[in-house]
Design a protein around this ligand. Structure first.
Ligand SMILES: Cc1ncc(COP(=O)(O)O)c(C=O)c1O
Length: 512
């Protein structure tokens, strides 16, 4: 019998397969097997690192060993995951200079060398000194919630961004936004009947975490025709339907700007979601990790939306006073792209202090977020300001990354516009495009024959023909009867876009 991957459908990487098959005779001596491990983990799905990603890594390894002569491509492009620095994005020099001193304070003994030969400026030393005073050593645990000085910087940033004060005691530093989401969901989800409203399509962290926690995902659909907008009536009807089925819906997740859609919510949409949350007593979880990846219009935060509402006429009966809002941000995305350092934060407002105490306990059990990641959070929220010695280079690097992301998004969008059967909403933000594909009936039949969904089949064929790894729409959720794929626009150059166009033409011809 062929070995099955942990989701029941994924193939396992070669090394795992080898280990399993060589030891199947001793399986009886083991405590754990696939049927007795936590079945909630087994049923969770995370397509961005699924079957296609595993296969693409095998191709990459083959090419690296010089064994890929039979392959029709000479490089693998990982357009499946928003991992900026694994592609073209360069780290921001100021961040890495400060981090280098944080990791090795002995460098300070040769500060003149750093200045003369490595271009370190005085504000790099000042910042490293400030951070070292706050955390003492990046090799030490910080307090559970994160270093106090760094949380103060985050609060100052939120205040500058939104025009309303933020309280550092309401800010939790985390190992990326994922860890924050995990904490929040662990505390929110009490029984299998606990429901959380999740946008579809969505970044599968949410569906996967809810699966692991054996809670109920309550999907609400974003509106592709109006550029993937969030329609509050759609959320309300999903909520009512779930409530009728006995689900205790406690939270609504909004990804703003969206992954995989890139859409940003406008103030009116934000208000509508917050009004619904207040009326229905829902915790609002605002995932704002792409807040600087916005090409169209402007980013509007949920926190500002809430504070505006609290000040407005609409709050005369105090209905927004206790609205629970958790907003998340991360160093992984934007022009920072430091996802390997695992840093982020979430701010919680309106929560019951006894609930906050449980959240505090939950994060304490995991001790603290990586301290170097916490320092990166500080640098993200408090970058060099105009007039400071490191500002010119910071500004140049930031703008270069922003504009190259924007121009790649446009180049990819223009290519998609020309492809038969592909329609794509204009790029608005985040790091992805999520086009619809309309495949010929014969291609859908060929997919069925191969035991695949049609979008999976298309993506697998693309990978086999071009070495480009993208993710089928099914991995994010899509309306019944529609097919999509998601690609990042992080990969450098435009040669790979040409590979997609060529493959697509040939694929369509094959199944005409
Ligand atoms: C919407 C969204 N939220 C959270 C994350 C996780 O980010 P982090 O690296 O901060 O855990 C991602 C990563 O792609 C994402 O797209």
């Amino acid at each position: 019998m062929p070995l099955q991957g942990p989701t029941g459908s994924l193939p396992l990487p070669n090394f795992v397969e080898k280990r399993l098959s060589s030891s199947s005779s001793s399986a009886k001596q083991r405590s754990l097997n696939i049927d007795n491990v936590n079945q909630n983990v087994r049923k969770a799905k995370y397509a961005v690192r699924g079957e296609l990603a595993v296969k693409s890594e095998e191709y990459r390894a083959k090419l690296q060993k010089g064994e890929g002569k039979d392959l029709p491509f000479d490089s693998v492009i990982s357009a499946n995951i928003g991992n900026p620095q694994s592609l073209d994005q360069k780290p921001i020099t100021f961040f890495r200079q400060v981090a280098s001193i944080m990791e090795n304070p002995a460098l300070l003994e040769n500060a003149d060398v750093l200045e003369k030969h490595f271009g370190y400026k005085s504000d790099v030393f000042e910042r490293a000194d400030k951070l070292l005073k706050d955390v003492k050593s990046v090799g030490a645990y910080s307090m559970s919630q994160g270093a106090a000085g760094i949380r103060q910087s985050v609060a100052d940033f939120i205040e500058r961004r939104d025009g309303y004060p933020a309280d550092p005691t309401s800010i939790y530093l985390s190992a990326g936004a994922s860890s924050g989401v995990n904490t929040l969901m662990n505390v929110i989800c009490a029984t299998p009947q606990t429901g959380v409203l999740v946008p579809i399509p969505q970044y599968p962290l949410y569906t996967a975490t809810l699966s692991v926690l054996n809670a109920t995902c309550v999907p609400y659909y974003l509106d592709e025709e109006s550029n993937w907008s969030t329609n509050v009536e759609g959320i309300r009807s999903a909520l009512k339907k779930a409530q009728k089925e006995g689900i205790d819906v406690r939270a609504v997740v909004v990804i703003n700007p969206g992954n995989p859609t890139g859409a940003s919510l406008q103030p009116d949409d934000i208000n509508s979601v917050l009004e619904l949350a207040a009326e229905e007593k829902l915790v609002c979880v605002a995932d704002e990790v792409y807040q600087t990846n916005v090409f169209e219009g402007k980013f509007h935060s949920f926190k500002k939306g809430l504070r505006d509402l609290q000040k407005s006429e609409k709050n005369r009966d105090g209905k927004f006073e206790n609205l629970e809002l958790a907003s998340l941000h991360s160093i992984s995305k934007g022009m920072v792209g430091e996802c390997g350092h695992r840093g982020g934060y979430y701010e919680m407002v309106g929560f019951d202090p006894e609930v906050v105490a449980e959240i505090y306990k939950f994060v304490s059990i995991m001790l603290c977020a990586p301290v170097i990641g916490q320092c990166m959070v500080e640098l993200m929220v408090n970058p060099p300001q105009p007039g400071s010695p490191s500002h010119p280079l910071y500004d140049q690097e930031y703008n270069h990354t922003f504009h190259s992301l924007e121009s790649r998004a446009k180049a990819l969008y223009n290519a998609f516009k020309e492809m038969e059967g592909v329609s794509c909403q204009p790029p608005q933000g985040s790091m992805y495009l999520f086009p619809t594909i309309d495949l010929p009936v014969k291609a859908v039949e060929a997919a069925e024959k191969a035991g695949k969904k049609a979008d999976e089949y298309y993506c697998l064929r693309l990978l086999d023909a071009t070495g480009i790894c993208i993710v089928p729409g099914a991995g994010f959720g899509q309306k019944e009867g529609t097919l999509h794929f998601r690609t990042t626009f992080l990969a450098p150059g435009t040669e790979w876009v040409g590979r997609i166009t060529k493959f697509h033409g040939e694929f369509m011809d094959e199944f005409r």
